[in-house]
Design a protein around this ligand. Structure first.
Ligand SMILES: [Zn+2]
Length: 496
């Protein structure tokens, strides 16, 4: 039998109370550690050698003699880290995601493996309040490091995870990471959580757009066997949106960035009357960093992930490619719109949801994005555009909100209907998914059969009910004021 064990990692940083002596020492250890990493990376990239063992062979004794007082374990870890950074850099370069010749390593986290700190003692403690680290060696061969005891400033989050250790829900990784931020030192503990397996309480489908995340939620009955005598209130899918405003955020920051450029221009005037590219200047980067655009975005990503994973669920979303933004902006001329789509963190949001889902006992299922918002989820007819980008019209007369169509169609894709109704598969998809036909009437390989059955029954009921088009439609189409599509809250349709 083959088991795929998924481990979830959570890093928790705890501030250290370092003495002045240790502070100085850590600064110099950090400096050495960083220079080892930089040198090894430079070599690795120039010679295309990224294998950790190979690099160890080449560099270990050199640094051992160069820095005899450094704990030898730190040298080993620095070389490893260099190998990892070089590998991922080359990988990213192959995909065309970087244009620098060599990675710039500015900050570094120092890794203390099990033998370089008091892991064994620490992990047995009921309420640990200090660590002992050995950054420097006293022994001849870098062994027998000198111990420094450091008090921790533990906080609520740390105790929360420590409680999980005590209850056996988590394990502490044996490697401790030390990192400096500003003038302070932090110990970063890595907790490995065991994913929870829980009975799903709902089926949640979400679709990421520029300014919103569209959601459909279907609650599952406590016993799925009750399918025949369900309560009607449970069977109507709830359709709603979570506001993220990624697009608006991007537009606002774009304006602020342009203002910064204008303000800096006079300082960077060349004798020939032209300006140097201000976005490359240190001044510009410093000011942009202060805007903390990334922090605000990540805050919203986490908020959405929390919302979607509150209770254990089957979570469904569309299959995103490697680089979803690129395929979406393909064919879009307007620069500003291209920029906004690029700024929408599709992948990040999906990853965060998946991670949180595992932690809370949910499961993420991906379905093809083919025709998600082009088909009426009630009549399986092709929807027509109206003069409002948000609203589509079914040839049978009713209106459908584009977001609602999209999430409802993803629901359908989990049911046997997706195999019998050909609307969701183009020829390419059909041949790729041919083997799915084998599962027809039996089970979708990704979702438990009784849940598929329940979902199917719910959707059937949904299509039969009179008010369902009203549920799907958000309103009559309107022409946006002056053609300005202010609330343009979704990504453009995928060409089909
Ligand atoms: Zn229809």
């Amino acid at each position: 039998m083959f088991f795929l064990v998924l481990l979830l990692r959570r890093a928790v940083a705890v501030e250290l109370e370092v003495t002045e002596e240790l502070n100085k020492l850590l600064y110099s250890v950090e400096f050495t550690y960083l220079s080892i990493i930089r040198e090894v990376i430079e070599y690795a990239i120039a010679n295309n050698i990224t294998n950790a063992n190979k690099l160890h062979e080449l560099f270990y004794s050199k640094y051992r003699s160069e820095y005899p007082s450094l704990n030898s374990q730190l040298i080993i870890q620095a070389i490893r880290q260099a190998s990892e950074i070089a590998k991922s850099f080359i990988e990213r370069k192959k995909k065309g995601l970087v244009d620098k010749p060599c990675p710039e390593v500015k900050a570094v986290s120092i890794r203390f493996v099990e033998s370089a700190w008091n892991y064994e003692e620490f992990v047995k403690s009921v309420a640990p309040v200090r660590i002992a680290i050995s950054p420097i060696s006293t022994g001849k061969r870098g062994k027998g490091g000198r111990r420094f005891e450091v008090w921790l400033r533990p906080h609520k989050r740390f105790w929360l995870f420590w409680w999980k250790i005590l209850t056996g829900e988590a394990e502490l990784a044996s490697t401790l990471i030390l990192k400096r931020k500003g003038g302070k030192w932090y110990a970063i503990f890595v907790f490995e959580l065991k994913p929870r397996v829980e009975r799903p309480q709902s089926i949640i489908v979400f679709d990421i757009n520029e300014n919103t995340v569209a959601v459909s939620k279907i609650d599952l009955l406590t016993t799925v066997n009750e399918v025949t005598n369900w309560n009607r209130q449970y069977i109507t899918p709830q359709l709603y949106s979570i506001r993220t405003d990624f697009g608006r955020l991007a537009r606002r920051y774009e304006r602020v960035r342009n203002a910064i450029i204008e303000r800096l221009k006079p300082d960077f005037l060349l004798p020939n009357g032209k300006y140097i590219n201000i976005t490359n200047t240190r001044e510009f980067r410093k000011r942009v960093k202060r805007l903390r655009e990334g922090d605000r975005k990540i805050g919203r990503v986490r908020y959405v992930a929390n919302e979607l994973t509150k209770s254990p669920s089957i979570i469904v979303t569309e299959e995103l490619g490697e680089n979803p933004q690129e395929s979406m902006i393909d064919g879009i001329e307007k620069d500003e719109l291209r920029h906004r789509i690029k700024q929408t963190p599709f992948k990040k949001l999906e990853e965060t949801v998946e991670d949180k889902a595992l932690e809370r006992g949910s499961k993420l299922v991906r379905v093809s994005s083919y025709r998600n918002s082009r088909v009426c989820p009630i009549h399986f007819t092709r929807l027509e555009g109206t003069n409002d980008w948000h609203t589509l019209q079914c040839p049978l007369g009713h209106y459908v909100d584009r977001d609602h169509a999209s999430v409802m169609n993803m629901n359908w894709k989990l049911t046997p209907e997706s195999w019998t109704k050909g609307v969701w598969w183009n020829m390419k998809n059909l041949s790729k998914n041919m083997n799915w036909r084998k599962h027809e009437g039996k089970s979708n390989p990704l979702v438990p059969h009784e849940i598929v059955k329940y979902l199917h029954a719910t959707l059937k009921e949904f299509t039969a009910s009179k008010e369902s088009p009203a549920v799907l439609a958000r309103g009559k189409p309107m022409t946006p004021a002056g053609g300005a599509d202010e609330g343009w809250a979704r990504k453009p349709p995928t060409p089909s």
